[in-house]
Design a binder for this molecule. Structure first.
Ligand code: PLP
Length: 446
């Protein structure tokens, strides 16, 4: 039976619970149907084309409809789509992708645990950190320090790591006392009278004070995104991450870099921590761009130091008892390998290093509008913060829906952006051309 668009809209309202959805408008207006996609465009049910200014959700890095990834998925699905990865069975794409990741990522980040996405990778990383300190005979070292406005996922524990207040309403929090939040590295809203260097000192001192207050013997790890994404695209002050990392070292804590958004080219590098910010994390979390969003896949990647502890048999028959049915899914890992191969072949990182400054430069012209308080970001990751009064940096109230109105106005003109609070976020596919950058900024200006 052929379903009309009206049928799809009705069935959608009746049966599909969408993530992060305002039901008041959802139930009356329904969904826009994304029907097809190609290159940097997505096409709706009426054939209307939009520039995908957010690469799906920071993930479709190589653009839509790339034949090479589609073929790799189909070929692996036909050869062997899945086999149980537990214990001593592997599949070829999972093993080869792990070796490729070890090669591409910095330091001794050589040991890959696959998950189904970013939340599950962060969640698994926290369990593994606890296991690691238990195995080292430090069972009290369990607390995790995260940051206000951080986004680390939507499972029970990763929602707890997340520091965005708007995600918390009417939900419960698990494991009170497990996670503690320090301030966001929000340069735009730093205390009045502080320059960037003073703000950095302030953040680092706050972090160290918190560790001392909690007791270094109780604090296991710090988790941070190199550039905060869903919190509103916040670029930390110069030197911040390396100094936070040094503090972690001082107190025997692990540094978890959540590179779900920043790895695989969004900042013109395979990963951002070491190359751009000068520190090597103990654990790196990746997802999204790893398969260019073609199929779900995430990974927590551990240093050799951690691996040595968790892989040393404690007693005969002891098993590392965690993992998922779809850990190392053969089709997902084949998509990851195809993504990496294409990124290398087309030198996508170099393209982003070239196009990124143009994109940021064009966007910064939006500063001429009274309603724009800040334009920030790096390479192909940008946030435009809208304010009621730019001189006092006064935010719009939620009821104004300022960024949402920009989203609607852009959509009418054929561009998809993402409104988060008062920030309009852009994270286009990495294959954006100069012309795509110009068109995006022209529509934003309108
Ligand atoms: N970490 C960061 C930095 C993210 O931006 C996201 C998702 O946007 C996640 C974790 C969660 O990833 P997923 O939605 O794949 O579970």
């Amino acid at each position: 039976m052929h379903q009309t668009n009206a049928d799809i809209r009705r069935l959608d309202i009746e049966h599909f619970i969408h993530p992060y959805t305002d039901f008041a408008t959802f139930k009356s207006e329904g969904s826009q149907i994304a029907a097809r996609a190609s290159g940097v465009h997505v096409i709706d049910e009426n054939g209307q084309r939009y520039v995908d200014g957010i690469a799906g959700l920071w993930c479709v890095n190589l653009g839509h409809g790339r034949r090479e990834i589609v073929d790799a998925i189909a070929e692996q699905a036909a050869t062997m789509q899945y086999y149980n990865p537990f214990g001593h069975t592997t599949n070829i794409p999972a093993t080869l992708l792990a070796a490729e990741l070890a090669e591409l990522l910095p330091g001794s980040l050589n040991h890959v645990f696959y998950t189904t996405g970013g939340s599950t990778a962060n969640d698994l990383a926290i369990r593994m950190v606890h296991y690691y300190f238990n195995r080292r005979g430090m069972p009290r070292k369990k607390k995790i320090i995260s940051r206000v406005d951080a986004y680390h996922g939507s499972t029970y524990v990763t929602a707890r790591l997340t520091g965005i207040h708007a995600t918390k309403y009417d939900f419960d929090e698990v494991a009170e006392g497990l996670v503690h939040h320090v301030s966001a590295a929000n340069l735009y809203r730093r205390p009045a009278g502080m320059d960037e260097a003073a703000f950095c000192n302030h953040l680092v001192s706050e972090f160290e004070d918190r560790i001392l207050q909690l007791g270094p013997d109780n604090v296991a790890a710090f988790i941070a995104e190199p550039i905060m994404g869903a919190g509103g695209v916040m670029v930390a002050p110069a030197g911040y991450h390396a100094r936070m990392h040094a503090i972690c070292r001082r107190y025997g804590m692990l540094y978890i870099a959540d590179e779900v958004v920043t790895a695989f080219g969004r900042l013109g590098e395979w990963s951002a921590s070491e190359t751009l910010y000068g520190y090597t994390p103990d654990i790196m979390i990746v997802a999204k761009g790893l398969t260019s969003g073609y199929v779900p896949l995430g990974a927590a990647i551990f240093s050799s130091e951690i691996y040595d502890v968790i892989s040393t048999p404690q007693r005969k028959g002891a098993v590392l008892s965690l993992g998922f049915t779809y850990t190392g899914h053969a089709v997902a890992c084949a998509a990851g390998r195809a993504t990496i191969a294409m990124m290398k072949r087309d030198d996508v990182n170099q393209h982003v290093r070239k196009i990124g400054p143009l994109f940021q430069g064009l966007l910064s012209s939006l500063r001429s509008f009274e309603v724009v308080g800040d334009v920030r970001g790096s390479h192909l990751m940008a946030g435009i913060e809208l304010v009621k009064d730019r001189h006092q940096r006064l935010p719009f109230g939620a009821e104004v829906g300022a960024a949402h109105r920009v989203f609607l106005a852009c959509r009418r003109r054929g561009l998809i952006v993402r409104p988060i609070g008062n920030v309009v976020v852009l994270s286009p596919p990495l294959v954006f051309s100069q012309e795509d950058c110009r068109e995006t900024c022209r529509i934003m200006s309108e």
